[in-house]
Write a protein that binds this ligand. Structure first.
Ligand code: ATP
Ligand code: MG
Length: 339
């Protein structure tokens, strides 16, 4: 069997939309949602699809989940084509596209799951056993929430229930579209932990979309950054960060009297380190800034701190900024953040 759980090959997808300015002024618009994307997801990985609003994340997961057909290219799930062999593919997937939709308000969480379990062909003791397992896995049992009405659920509970539904048939692949959207930090944290555990202990492959760079960094074994319908970066978090290697920034804030001291300090640091170092005056004191490569950052920082000390400077703040995914995004797109 192929090592890859999912293979996305040069997929393109456009939507037809209409600009409605008035009853008679309806203009047809073609929206290129995916412009030829390719990536593969290895078995037992948590794979993150990270991108800003409108990047094409939901379109991608809908195509993989057989809910949309690509205009060009193809997707294979454990070797099965999502268009030609959609019935086989669906058996391999547990999908949650929205944590907030598709449940019955007046049923409890457990009753909702039971209803979907029956639809999926489970019943009797086997179904009850599976309900216990998934309610336990997603923590709804611990929260004492399995027998609460869905309409009384918090968003965090709904997110857990939606994951439980995706797990019902024990599929090897779980696909979740923005599962932590709107959750408070502790709920988001425990959901992320669950996804990691599913991949590690329950033999699952997990595809999760997010617009949250912090989340992508901590959750994903491998990551694709999608922007404007294109994959602009692909790799492990460390591989992506290597793209901005050499750009660790150091800032030291300190107090020191006399402008001549500042100039002398700059000169000594330049002669010791031979890298551009700027010291500027700020409201509270002096601020020294520089950018250095990963391997030499510790040595350079200790020389800087010692030299300021030799000048009787009083250091009150040191900041070392490690490159993060935002730096990667800025480097590739020239845009700051997902705005
Ligand atoms: N049914 C549709 N009809 C027309 N255009 C659509 C439709 N669905 C999505 N689009 C457009 O396709 C592009 C990609 O949308 P998609 O929903 O895949 O992005 P996304 O990354 O999931 O965004 P978000 O973070 O907002 O959920 C966007 O420009 C969006 O406006
Ligand atoms: Mg979306």
């Amino acid at each position: 069997m192929t090592k890859n759980a999912i293979e996305v090959h040069d997929v393109k997808k456009a939507y037809i939309s209409y600009d409605r300015k008035g009853i008679l002024k309806v203009k047809k618009i073609i929206v290129q949602a995916l412009r030829g994307i390719s990536f593969s997801i290895e078995k037992n990985q948590v794979f993150g699809l990270l991108g800003p609003n409108g990047a094409g994340k939901t379109t991608t997961v809908k195509i993989i989940s057989t809910l949309l057909v690509p205009d060009e290219g193809y997707v294979k799930v454990f070797g099965f084509d999502t268009v030609e062999q959609c019935v086989e593919v669906r058996k391999l997937l547990g999908v949650s596209l929205s944590v907030n939709k598709g449940f019955y308000w007046k049923l409890t969480g457990r009753e909702n799951l039971k209803y979907f379990g029956l639809l999926y062909g489970l019943d009797g003791g086997e179904l009850e056993k599976r309900l216990d397992e998934v309610l336990d896995t997603v923590g709804l049992k611990d929260l004492g929430a399995e027998n609460k009405l869905w309409e009384e659920y918090s968003l965090g509970m709904k997110a857990r229930l939606s994951l439980a539904r995706a797990l019902l048939t024990d599929p090897p692949i779980i696909i979740l579209d923005e599962p932590t959207l709107g959750l408070d930090p502790p709920s988001a944290k425990s959901l992320r932990k669950m996804l990691k555990t599913l991949a590690r202990d329950q033999d699952k492959t997990v595809l999760v979309t997010t617009h949250n760079m912090f989340e992508a960094e901590i959750i994903a074994d491998k990551l694709a950054i999608i922007d404007n319908g294109k994959i602009i970066a692909l790799g492990t978090v460390n591989e992506l960060k290597r793209m901005v290697k050499g750009e660790i920034s150091i800032e030291v804030n300190f107090l020191m009297s006399g402008n001549h001291q500042k100039i002398a300090l700059e000169e000594i640091l330049l002669s010791k380190l031979n890298i551009p170092i700027k010291i500027i005056e700020e409201e509270r004191g002096l601020s020294l800034k520089t950018s250095v490569s990963d391997s030499e950052s510790d040595d350079i920082l200790s020389v800087i701190l010692k030299t300021i000390n030799d000048f009787n400077g009083k250091i009150y703040n040191v900041r070392v900024h490690q490159p993060n995914l935002e730096d990667v995004f800025i480097k590739i797109t020239g845009r700051r953040g997902f705005k």
